[in-house]
Design a protein around this ligand. Structure first.
Ligand code: HQG
Length: 182
């Protein structure tokens, strides 16, 4: 039976970002699990996946679009998006001068008062370019609001930024002074 790679990727996100315990997995401090353990858990999860293997996971990683998972030396983790209680250690880094955040008009009404907060995840998620921020916002609204984040300035004011993947940055809460509505 052909494996639906998008469905597989969604389930991997669930296991590696949100509910590892439900898959019998324990993330280490940086979010890694043994890829063989993930394969074993996924085989049990769906009747179509009983024969799946690491090549199917590699096929998910090779899908065009967002790079969500990092596979290295027999281990795998999600680059970003975690909501598990245990805070994932990410590598701190100096951000570019500007980053972008795409959101909804309703969320913006809160953000303009309180700044950007991680909400249901561990970190605030930021995009390197406007197009990506627009895509993030369009998941939720047909009227995206784009915020320009003065990332380097915020970093220089002791707000920590962390590497996500090539286009997603992570950060701690960002006060309104560093946000400009586009
Ligand atoms: C908003 C997807 C009220 C924030 C995407 C967003 C991304 C506030 C929502 C990644 C707020 C949180 C993350 C405040 C922020 N008051 N609302 N103070 N501060 N918000 O999904 O950034 O496809 O947790 O604007 O592409 O939308 O899953 O964050 O609307 O990269 O791989 O609260 O998830 O990637 O929503 O998306 P999320 P996000 P994947």
């Amino acid at each position: 039976m052909e494996i639906d790679l998008v469905q597989l990727s969604r389930t991997m996100a669930y296991a590696l970002r949100h509910q590892p315990a439900r898959f019998g997995l324990t993330l280490d401090a940086e979010g890694w699990v043994e890829v063989e353990d993930l394969v074993e858990a996924l085989r049990k999860h769906h009747h179509n996946w009983q024969q799946m293997n690491v090549v199917d996971i590699e096929a998910v990683l090779a899908l065009p679009g967002k790079q969500r998972y990092e596979l290295r030396a027999g281990r795998i983790r999600a680059y970003y998006g975690h909501s598990v209680q245990q805070r994932m250690t990410r590598e701190k880094a100096t951000p570019p001068v500007h980053l972008f955040h795409g959101t909804t008009p309703a969320a913006y009404e809160q953000i303009r008062q309180t700044g950007l907060r991680p909400m249901g995840r561990q970190y605030v998620h930021l995009s390197e370019d406007v197009e990506t921020a627009l895509d993030v916002a369009r998941r939720r609204t047909s009227q995206p609001v784009i915020l320009l984040v003065s990332a380097l300035d915020a970093h220089q004011h002791n707000i920590a930024f962390y590497l996500g993947n090539d286009s997603v940055w992570l950060a701690d809460s960002i006060p309104t002074t560093f946000l400009t509505k586009q």
